[in-house]
Design a protein around this ligand. Structure first.
Ligand code: NAD
Length: 437
């Protein structure tokens, strides 16, 4: 059992805190956002993540999980300090490390005894080395800390499952002592023979970027295959299924759609590209994944315009799904943002509905109409665009939709609607790479 402080209580920090306390450690989640901390201390969970509330509640009640906005005191009492603040995109695609730098400063001022300093935020390759230098510059006793890179691979929407049952845990450190400490934290996984890999700091940092970029590449690849399927009369679902049966390819991340979004892929690809460029290397595959993704988002908006014969003026479009993917309230870089902007720019009216993410989207667009259920949002709509693959959209009542809508146009950017039914009810529709029925 270790005494851990996690700095940054966002998607990653909160799930990590909940998960590490579930493993039996004593964890404090610290954040400068005192409102968030107050809320957590009174049982309010700031993000939507299936299963998270239950794990937090259990460990909070059992005195293994604490929340604090006193960052300095939280660092002082910890054996392990985990950095989990945001690393948004900065200038020239580089990751902006201002939050990490601020935390590193605070840590260096509060190293009252030996600690393992561990970075879970996604940081460019070479950052760990710089963090170590920065701390060395501020302290006398170099034995006061060891550094670990422990990148996080959780997916929003299934974060708790991913954290508690990970495919792999990467521990990048040149200190055997720190490695043992980290293994202790993850001990329940260790017992279950979950693969814990010990690497160098740089290798750990690279594994995170290489993994995210590869997954994004896979998405861009299947999206481009889907676009070609449309032109050649092939069906991308059959293509992707058959491809996925090949063990060398695997069936994951082969779902065509409106282009990837979220808080990670877009910025991580840009950051990898910037790091490679700064080192004199052109990573053309990564660049291609970014370009293909931007094209895919545009392609979806063009599809909508085509369905309306190039005229969206005064048309009411019901946008179903705002989150960048199902089971999260995160709208960062969501393809729905591009779609909403496009409709507004073309004189259309947006009716928006998401089971969870309406409030988040309201922060970006406060002058569109938000609804609390699908059927209210489609009343008198000329068209519907499905942007997120929420389960509730898979079983829509077409009879009711037909009755409520003014028009009969549906764009399904997630390929979740039954095309036989769409045809049966007389909808004019489009999707991504399917043979139309
Ligand atoms: P987030 O924006 O949800 O949360 C960051 C938190 O850090 C916020 O609560 C903020 O108030 C807090 N913070 C900022 N500065 C602080 C400071 N000086 N002291 C204390 N708290 C501070 O970010 P996130 O989505 O959890 O991502 C965190 C990191 O993890 C990023 O590097 C991201 O790339 C990486 N990551 C994210 C995911 C994901 O799915 N979201 C998955 C894997 C890795």
């Amino acid at each position: 059992m270790k005494n851990i402080t996690i700095i940054g209580t966002g998607y990653v920090g909160l799930v990590t805190g909940a998960g590490m306390s579930e493993f039996g450690n004593k964890v404090t989640c610290a954040d400068i956002d005192s409102k968030k901390i107050e809320g957590l201390n009174s049982g309010l969970i700031p993000i939507y993540e299936p299963g998270l509330e239950e794990v937090i509640k259990r460990n909070f009640e059992n005195n293994r999980l604490f929340f604090s906005s006193d960052i300095e005191a939280s660092i002082k009492k910890a054996e392990v300090v985990v950095i989990a603040v945001g690393t948004p995109q900065g200038e020239n695609g580089m990751a902006d490390l201002k939050f990490v730098d601020a935390v590193v400063d605070t840590i260096s001022r509060n190293l009252n005894n030996y600690k393992v300093v561990c970075t879970k935020s996604t940081v460019p390759i070479g950052t760990g080395k710089n963090i170590v230098k920065k701390i060395y510059n501020k302290i006398q006793d170099k034995e006061l800390f060891d550094y670990v890179s422990n990148p996080e691979f959780l997916r929003e929407g299934s974060a708790i499952k991913d954290f508690l049952w990970p495919d792999r845990v990467i521990i990048g450190t040149d200190s055997d002592k720190a490695y043992k400490v980290m293994c202790d934290i993850y001990r329940p996984l260790y017992i279950n023979k979950n693969p814990i890999a010990h690497t160098s700091v740089e290798t750990a940092e690279m594994i995170k970027y290489a993994s995210n970029s590869f997954l994004a590449l896979k998405i861009s690849y299947i999206n481009e295959i889907a676009n070609l399927c449309e032109l050649l009369g092939a069906d991308v679902h059959d293509v992707a299924n058959a491809m996925g049966q090949d063990g060398r390819i695997s069936d994951k991340f082969l779902h065509p759609g409106p282009g990837f979004g979220g808080s990670c892929f877009p910025k991580d690809l840009e950051a990898l590209l910037a790091v490679s460029k700064n080192n004199g290397l052109k990573m053309k595959t990564v660049k291609a994944a970014i370009i293909a993704n931007n094209n895919q988002k545009k392609r979806m908006t063009r599809k909508l315009l085509n369905l309306f014969d190039n005229d969206l003026n005064k048309r009411t479009i019901s946008v179903l799904g705002l989150a960048f993917k199902a089971n999260t309230d995160d709208i960062r870089e969501s393809a729905a943002i591009d779609m909403i902007k496009f409709i507004i720019d073309h004189g259309g009216v947006v009716n928006a509905y998401d089971p969870i993410a309406n409030n988040e989207m309201y922060k970006l667009f406060n002058d569109i109409h938000y609804y609390n259920n699908v059927y209210d949002s489609i009343k008198d709509a000329d068209g519907i665009v499905i942007m997120t693959e929420w389960n509730e959209f898979r079983s829509l009542d077409f009879k009711r939709i037909k009755k409520y809508m003014r028009g009969n146009i549906i764009l399904d950017t997630r390929n979740i609607l039954n095309m036989n039914q769409l045809s049966e009810f007389g909808f004019i529709y489009d999707n991504v790479g399917r043979i139309k029925k």
